[in-house]
Design a protein around this ligand. Structure first.
Ligand code: NAG
Length: 445
């Protein structure tokens, strides 16, 4: 038997699990079955977001503008070029990247990273693009703009999809200096099809219209927008800030009712519901790594320029303390579980994992559950109870499917059952278990 054939297919295109890592796209456990991508000429809804591969001009497709560049003055790579690359027909607003030429070349094929292919079935796409999406952007008292649900939204439903409009190498300022970085950024936004989609995210924009930006201040509005609205993402192998204009309208909460999902390429993104959401309820996502105690949250949120006033941060002191204790127990438990398992104390490890799952549920940290169930399955497998391992692993798998981490759901679950392979699944899901790998069948007694 070949090893895990189903997963080798799946692994061609990982989605990134970013329920718990909006800023850090490392925990990639998602899987996209490439067979399930929308056929190019299907009779589905017209794709409103067009790839841009048929543009002809003097510079290379898919770019629509001549690259504008600056040279690095950093000692680490003096003279290295960083340029603005724009593809103004990509995505809902066009897309500009500020990266080195080699990264641009790597990123070019990724621009075709249509959210429709990554996150939606045809039915869902039809609903989202019927001109009647389940949300609207409104003014929220005390918070500026925000997004509210306009009809009941089901748990794990895809609420919104978006594509990056501006992508900037994280180290750009260090490389070319602040002034050049701003100049490039200004150009990057200017060349978009709808620059206002980006500039409109700035509170300051209303006061000073583009054009009469003060001397030396060019690019400042765009810089502010990036600092306060962009997500961290990894695109073409480098750390970037990526601005998703629509998704960035959604406000922060520490226990949000929605989460985001990056495509593998990092260029498209979906927002999905964590729980059922009622009409009129504000949508929220976490801007920071989920599961942190209050003090760490405050520090992490300071970088986004606001202090946390979400319900969790506004709890009475004793409730906040209780929440903080649970959170630190949850985050410590994985290490303890591994220690126990390595010491051969499997029953204790299993008991602690079950306890941890209860705490996770109490603290509404559901995004941790897929890993926890996978961990539990691994422990049962090591203990030699394959039946229990199957049950727990299925819980993990089913959640990943429901949450959208295994692709757009076009492949039906029956087929997935057919391809189900316990060891293969446990190899891809849940980290930190290297030391507790189940014995290979031939080694088993
Ligand atoms: C896209 O860029 C091309 C080339 O610069 C330009 O001719 C065209 O008008 C732009 N299209 C839009 C919609 O901005």
């Amino acid at each position: 038997m070949s090893t895990h054939p189903s997963f080798s297919v799946f692994r061609t295109t990982f989605l990134l699990l970013c329920a718990s890592c909006v800023q850090h796209t490392f925990a990639s456990v998602g899987i996209l079955d490439s067979d399930t991508l929308l056929p190019p000429n299907s009779n589905g809804p017209q794709k409103p977001i067009l790839p841009s591969h048929n543009i002809k001009n003097d510079f290379e497709s898919p770019w629509s503008h001549k690259p504008i560049c600056a040279r690095s003055t950093s000692l680490s790579s003096p003279g290295k070029k960083y340029c603005v690359y724009t593809s103004n027909l990509t995505g809902p607003a066009g897309m500009s990247m500020i990266v080195s030429p080699s990264i641009a070349a790597e990123a070019a094929p990724l621009l075709n990273d249509n959210p429709l292919d990554n996150f939606l079935t045809l039915d869902q796409a039809e609903q989202l693009y019927s001109g009647n999406p389940p949300y609207k952007v409104v003014e929220i008292e005390g918070k500026g703009m925000g997004v509210i649900a306009t009809r009941p939204i089901a748990k794990f439903e895809t609420i919104m999809v978006d594509q990056a409009a501006v992508v900037v190498a994280l180290n750009i300022e260090k490389m070319v200096g602040k002034k050049e970085a701003r100049r490039l950024l200004h150009t990057a936004v200017e060349q978009l099809r709808v620059p206002g989609e980006v500039r409109g995210l700035s509170g300051e924009h209303k006061a000073s219209s583009e054009g009469d930006a003060k001397e030396g201040e060019q690019g400042k509005i765009e810089e502010d927008v990036m600092l306060t609205n962009a997500f961290g993402s990894e695109i073409a192998g480098i750390d970037c800030r990526a601005l998703f204009p629509l998704i960035s309208r959604i406000n922060h909460a520490c226990n949000p009712n929605a989460f985001v999902l990056f495509s593998r390429a990092g260029i498209s993104m979906a927002v999905k519901a964590y729980r059922p959401i009622a009409p009129g309820e504000e949508l929220s996502i976490s801007y920071i790594t989920l599961g942190q105690p209050s003090r760490n949250r405050a520090a992490a949120l300071a970088r986004w320029g606001f202090s946390c006033t979400c319900p969790l941060c506004s709890l009475a002191d004793h409730e906040k303390q209780h929440s903080d204790i649970l959170r630190s127990l949850i985050s410590q438990s994985e290490g303890k579980i591994l220690e126990l398992a390595q010491a051969g104390r499997l029953d204790d490890a299993i008991a602690l994992t079950e306890e941890s799952i209860q705490m996770i549920e109490e603290e509404q940290q559901e995004h941790f559950l897929t890993d926890s169930y996978a961990l539990l399955a691994k422990l049962w497998l090591v203990k030699g109870d394959r039946g229990r391992a199957e049950v727990e692993a299925r819980k993990s798998f089913d959640r990943l499917v429901q949450m959208g981490f295994l692709g757009n759901g076009v492949g039906n679950s029956e087929r997935e059952w057919e391809e189900w392979d316990l060891e293969g699944f446990l190899e891809v899901v849940g980290e930190g278990m290297v030391a507790v790998v189940p014995p290979k069948p031939e080694d088993a007694v």
